[in-house]
Design a protein. Sequence first.
Length: 95
Amino acid sequence: MQLRGLRRSFTSGAPYVWELTTDTVTYDWQTCQLRNTSGSTLTTLFKEAANGRAWVQKSYSLSGWARQTVVLWCNVHEDGWGDQTYMYSHDFSVH
């Protein structure tokens, strides 16, 4: 998701994530980062091995990137040993 010309902060109502893992953050994790349009990481919003198995709302201020175009990049990393690690997300919005 590219966020062009941010004016304020990424807060109210978004995003929601549903996470599951059977491993530790050393080996498997869920993460979301803000990146520039060249793909370089500006900041990591979260990197965790969460196992809540429920929809959880996360809220972040993007005021530091006002009037810039940034990319919201989310990923799940698995180490290949067969541990289950998932992340679903919805309702990304900028306010």
